[in-house]
Design a protein around this ligand. Structure first.
Ligand code: PCP
Length: 396
């Protein structure tokens, strides 16, 4: 059987994927009788990519599995929680030896999914009620496909194109047609009509309209060819022809409406990022986004010891002491305090606050109840609705 460069879940749970310096630290601490010291290790992001003021935590439901059977307690923000810089997203409490070498995979899982979900959430926040479709599975190694699909959907994408990911997430895959279909037919109308003839009725008839001619011309050709059966057109305009994409879309929209094809929706894909969504959101009906969500700026989550045997202790640059996080849902403000401080109400509006770090693992027993991707996505969208308008991050 063909083999790919993959690690197995067992190898992850056995701590085989780790940075050598953790193995060395573990050996030295053991030989010096310090490995059973009880610590609090805190996961947080002290900095975020330029223009980012928050991030969406994803990966908790995978990380908790690593602690099964270990003498630790883990408290964390629920999957999909929006968090701010410096604030704790996870506290791991117990003998350091129990989880020392797992820091590598804990951060890898959280950073990858959180980075994708956060970019998806930013794009969705800017896109508003316009459809945001994830076309990025082809941008990641297929061994990571489900991870990318899940994080993109939870982050806010309305649909994903990957058949496998959609099935696993309980979704219907979304998409249109590839250029290859039109190239094989050798002409657009035959290809669009064949799509309409052979595809099940519940597949929206979205014609790809940029293969050879101008977008406006092909959009009108598709509308005349399929009439009321045409749901929409997709422009995947190559960057060499992109000039002013907004003007291209406005022209096509105008020409379609002038000919009475007001029902035809316009989807744009290809190199779409936050800027393009901001510029086009009032003239298009949806976006297909791949690379910019699948390969997003990295949310720099790190783990640091903040307490040893109950004594606040941390490296410079990180705040010592075990902390807690309280959220005022009315102000959508989070308040970080030392864990010995109890907070009942919001200092700003007086509303009751919620303690956000929830028990996930107690004495090695997983008490975390996994929610469905759809439920977690709804939780993310609820929080996004409480966030003020965001400006597109400067593209790298
Ligand atoms: C790809 C496909 C996705 C696009 C890329 C995602 O276009 O249509 O929608 O783009 P992004 O990663 O830049 O966001 P092509 O490779 O041009 O598609 P096709 O296979 O139809 O030629």
């Amino acid at each position: 059987m063909a083999d790919f460069y993959a690690v197995t879940a067992d190898e992850i749970l056995q701590g085989k994927i780790t940075d050598i310096y953790f193995e060395r630290a573990k050996e030295i601490l053991k030989k010096e009788g310090l490995s059973r010291l009880r610590v609090v290790a805190e996961v947080h992001a002290y900095s975020m990519p330029k223009g980012y003021e928050w991030a969406v935590l994803v990966g908790v439901s995978e990380v908790v599995k690593i602690f099964e059977g270990k003498e630790v307690d883990v408290y964390a923000l629920p999957e999909g929680t929006i968090f701010r810089p410096v604030h704790p997203v996870m506290n791991i409490e117990g003998p350091y030896e129990e989880f020392c070498e797992f820091e590598t995979v804990i951060l890898g899982i959280l950073r990858h999914s959180t980075s994708i979900a956060t970019k998806a959430a930013r794009c969705k926040k800017i896109a508003g009620d316009k459809a945001l479709l994830f076309f990025g599975t082809r941008a990641v190694h297929p061994l990571l496909a489900l991870i990318a699909d899940r994080a993109a959907f939870i982050g806010g994408c309305d649909g994903i194109s990957d058949v496998y990911g959609a099935e696993k997430l309980g979704l219907k895959p979304v998409g249109t047609m590839p250029h290859a279909l039109i190239i094989l037919f050798g002409e657009q109308v035959k290809a669009w009509k064949a799509f309409d003839k052979h595809m099940p009725e519940d597949v929206p008839r979205i014609a790809l309209c940029d293969t050879w001619f101008d977008e406006r011309v092909e959009a009108l050709m598709a509308a005349e060819a399929l009439g009321p059966r045409l749901y929409g057109v997709r422009f995947d305009t190559p960057s060499s022809r992109k000039g002013n994409m907004r003007r291209i879309v406005e022209e096509a929209r105008w020409a379609l409406d002038a000919k009475g094809f007001n029902h035809v929706k316009i989807i744009v894909s290809g190199g779409v990022d936050e800027d393009a969504i901001m510029q086009l959101r009032d003239v298009v009906d949806g976006f297909g986004v791949g690379t910019s969500i699948a390969f997003p700026p990295s949310i720099d989550l790190s783990m640091d010891i903040v307490e040893v045997e109950g004594e606040p202790r941390s490296k410079k640059g990180k705040l010592p002491g075990k902390k807690n996080l309280y959220r005022c849902w009315n102000c959508f403000e989070d308040y970080m305090v030392l864990s010995k401080v109890k907070m009942d109400s919001c200092p700003r509006c007086g509303s009751k606050v919620e303690e956000m770090l929830k028990p996930m693992v107690l004495k090695g027993k997983v008490v975390h109840e996994e929610k469905s991707p759809k439920e977690v996505r709804e939780y993310v969208l609820k929080q996004l609705s409480l966030i003020k308008e965001l400006k597109p991050a400067p593209s790298s």
